[in-house]
Design a protein around this ligand. Sequence first.
Ligand code: SAM
Length: 475
Amino acid sequence: MKEFLSEKGSIYIHLDWRMNSYVRLLLDEILGFDNFQREIIWDISVLSGFKSLANNWIRGHDTILFYSKDTNNIIFNKQTTEHREEYIKRFNKADKDGRKYFDGRGVKRYLDEVLEKGKPIGDVWNDIMSFQQIPTAVERLPYPTQKPELLLDRIISASSNEDSLVVDFFCGSGTTCAVAEKLNRRWIGVDLGRYAIHTTRKRILEIANSKDLNDTSKKYGKPARPFEILNLGKYERQFWQVKAFNRKDEKQALYEYLAFILKLYGAEPIAGSSHIHGKKGNALVYVGAVDSPVTIQEVNDAMHDCKEMGQKELHILGWEWEMGMNDTIKDVAKQGGIKLLPITIPMDVLEPEAARKGDVRFFELAYFKVDTETDNKDLKIKLEDFVVPHTDLIPQEVKDSIKKWKDWVDYWAVDFDFKNDTFNNTWTSYRTRQDRKLNFTAKHTYEKTGTYKVLVKIIDIFGIDTSQLYEIKIK
Ligand SMILES: C[S@@+](CC[C@H](N)C(=O)[O-])C[C@H]1O[C@@H](n2cnc3c(N)ncnc32)[C@H](O)[C@@H]1O
């Protein structure tokens, strides 16, 4: 994080009494003792309930350590709050013109000036409630350490400007990103949890949704700007290529890669065909490359070899897929009398511990169907079906609560003019905790006639993405 941090930047770390002292020493070492700025005490005391039973001083605060990259060159916008009533009461004298003031050690202070300036905020914060104090807050999502937006508002307002970039490398439910967005900062959120990313994505989109605006959103009241979601898995995967490069022996590295994936999938390697790599029971197995999506051409080649070998079932393992794969290819396979399963290689194979324990699970690609209808320049896309293929691993009580295919869908979005790069959410519908309804028909009006690529993305209730590409002619 230090490497990425701007020369004018700051870092804030929220800790409780267990880690506070250790992390502080680490930060002194990493950022330098001189870059320690403040230890902020965040008063989160809850006076009633379980905590106050302790026969001790009741524990009531967390710590936020504030460090800078360079103490002589730091963005800091002083924050103020309202003065306390007891202080205001001291301004009990008045000038001839009625202007109220207060004498303190020979200095005359005027109430109007004092009120205008506000009270500079110190390093003890007792005016921001934690979710332990307000468990029913609207912005609350089911994240145990979620922070209130007001806390992030104070930190981001003080330590960044509008052109700054705010980063939370452990973004959880996305509080930092949401507040940075509302404060017009650019932002990056990172998390290894698929669900955290999904929660954050919905939360940012929610900013646009004025009907659900919570208190802090109301204060800023404007929709979020477009943002992108990127998956770094591809870069991690390239470790196999690095291996090949180091050894100057690509063939050996490729062989190791195939053997590794086949083993985790429970298949045996077989030789003799360039488009078939293994065998699992009666099925033949093809393993897609590390650094590129499996193409329809590759699948056709593997199907060809499968037929030549007199086999009827083919499993294609891939990290990523050429758009439209599932729909197109299954039809082709059926015509050729082959049972085809496209299976996604899970990111878990990169975790040595999971791979060693055999905890890695492979899932079949989800399937969905839409109906498209055009009328002049209007396009209607209706979601008609969605099939989660990996139901054997889903807990029974979840399965029991699913009554129809629609219940698997948590979110769906359409980019009506996909340009082969970034997915632009031109249209979305998703469930929130308050509103469980989804709209299953997306509509769009094009400005110009032409052929458009339309990308439909569905995210199921487990946070797993599936996308399909359609070509639409607007006449
Ligand atoms: C305490 S929550 C984050 C809270 C959030 N920063 C906030 O201010 O509200 C911690 C998050 O870190 C994520 N996480 C844990 N280890 C990680 C890692 N090595 N890389 C990225 N994210 C990680 C977890 O998935 C979890 O969502």
